[in-house]
Write a protein of this length. Structure first.
Length: 410
């Protein structure tokens, strides 16, 4: 079969999948990107919704420009908790009062890592995956230096990711905290959250999950699964825009016992008392420190509306069809060129992106971006195909895979 025949068959399949896709109509709700033929980086920065400029203008004109500081009393004071509750209910399986929007992922990771270690006195080890995202590793190392704790490394298969058995082999009565990513940022490997969380709890330690690559695309039940703490960003599958604030989840039973270390006025029991000493509020607002970035919380609200409308289970189903199709296209047109599959083959072990590898991919990515095909490159030789269920079609996915082939061949 010729390349033309293979391409024609794949294109017919892509269009059939798109015609049957119950979420396909939402693609038109995202803003156009002139010059971009295929945007395959929604796992890194989600596309803006088409109505966002109008909403931003109304915010500047009315909420800020007209109501001015009165908007703090009228709506902004409670916004971090209200948005947190929405994220918790729609995407995390979390009851109200346990999730809050604040700070960056890095700051919230520091707060909860430091607080988690302090909440387990007499234990002096932090367990973390050796291949975890740099911020997670750097912060864990910094907290270990501050507290005198020791880092224990889990070294999983780079494609299949960390398993419950591997975690069980390193946790002990010395473990204070385990920090892992739900979806590996490189391979897309999906960790066994309920099983790993149970292993950690059985060891008497606290579990902190990084949800950056899973929130909004993989269903989860943090309350039911006994998760202690979690952090996630909002600019990937929640489409909050560049630099939009992260969220933190702290299980209700830990409120008051797990105390975050950055004691700012927004975490005080009485924000406006201006008292001489810090007295933390008892609820989830205690994770806050400084004034929340209200304007940066605007874009994610429209995406939460869409996710709530369809449900994360439906988004997960579409995500699986996208990644499965991407892998079929990979085998048909890229594997013969020596490209490697760097993601789990089984859909149940994979998140929302597919990673492929080739020694030429750093230069290939530059060419793709020039041609309006936008995946992203991960050192040393991986291209991630980030397929956001509400904004990506199967045909767009195929165009990206074929563009990788053409760039390699040229």
């Amino acid at each position: 079969m010729t390349d033309t025949d293979i391409t024609a068959d794949l294109l017919a399949e892509a269009r059939k999948l798109d015609q049957a896709d119950p979420l396909a109509h939402h693609i038109a709700e995202f803003a156009d990107a002139p010059g971009v033929t295929a945007y395959l980086d929604g796992n890194s920065l989600g596309r803006p919704l088409r109505d966002l400029p109008e909403k931003a203008a109304a915010f500047i004109r009315d909420d800020w420009g007209t109501r001015l500081i009165r908007s703090w009393d009228e709506q902004w004071m409670e916004l971090p908790m209200q948005l947190g509750d929405r994220i918790g209910a729609i995407t995390l399986g979390a009851a109200p009062g346990q999730t809050v929007v604040a700070d960056s992922t890095s700051v919230l990771l520091y707060k909860l890592t430091r607080a988690g270690v302090a909440a387990r006195p007499g234990r002096d080890e932090i367990v973390i995956e050796a291949g975890n995202f740099p911020t997670d590793r750097f912060i864990a190392a910094g907290v270990a230096n501050e507290t005198g704790a020791t880092l224990r490394w889990v070294e999983p298969d780079p494609v299949l990711g960390v398993t419950a058995e591997q975690v069980a082999s390193v946790v002990s009565e010395r473990t204070a905290l385990v920090v892992l990513s739900h979806v590996d940022y490189r391979s897309g490997a999906l960790a066994q959250m309920p099983e790993i969380t149970q292993v950690v709890k059985d060891a008497g330690a606290l579990m902190l999950w990084d949800l950056c690559h899973s929130v909004g695309v993989v269903p989860m039940k943090l309350d039911e699964w006994g998760v202690d703490m979690a952090v996630g960003c909002t600019y990937k599958y929640l489409n909050g825009g560049p630099g939009s604030p992260a969220f933190g989840y702290l299980r209700a039973e830990h409120h008051g016992a797990v105390v975050q270390p950055i004691h700012g006025w927004w975490g005080a029991a009485d924000i406006f008392a201006m008292g001489p000493e810090y007295a933390p509020v008892s609820g989830i607002r205690q994770l806050l420190s400084g004034t929340p970035p209200v304007l940066s919380m605007l874009a994610m609200q429209g995406m939460l509306d869409l996710i709530e409308l369809e449900g994360v289970t439906a988004l997960r189903a579409k995500s699986i069809t996208l990644t499965e199709f991407a892998i079929r296209a990979y085998y048909a047109v890229l594997a013969p060129l020596g490209v490697r599959l760097l993601s789990p083959r089984e859909a149940s072990r994979r998140g929302g992106h597919v990673t492929i590898g080739h020694d030429s991919f750093q230069e290939v990515t530059k060419q793709l971006w020039t041609d309006g095909i936008i995946p992203d490159f991960r050192f040393p030789d991986g291209i991630r195909l980030g397929l956001s269920p509400l904004s990506t079609s199967h045909e767009e996915t195929l165009l990206g895979v074929i563009a990788v082939r053409d760039a390699l061949q040229s």
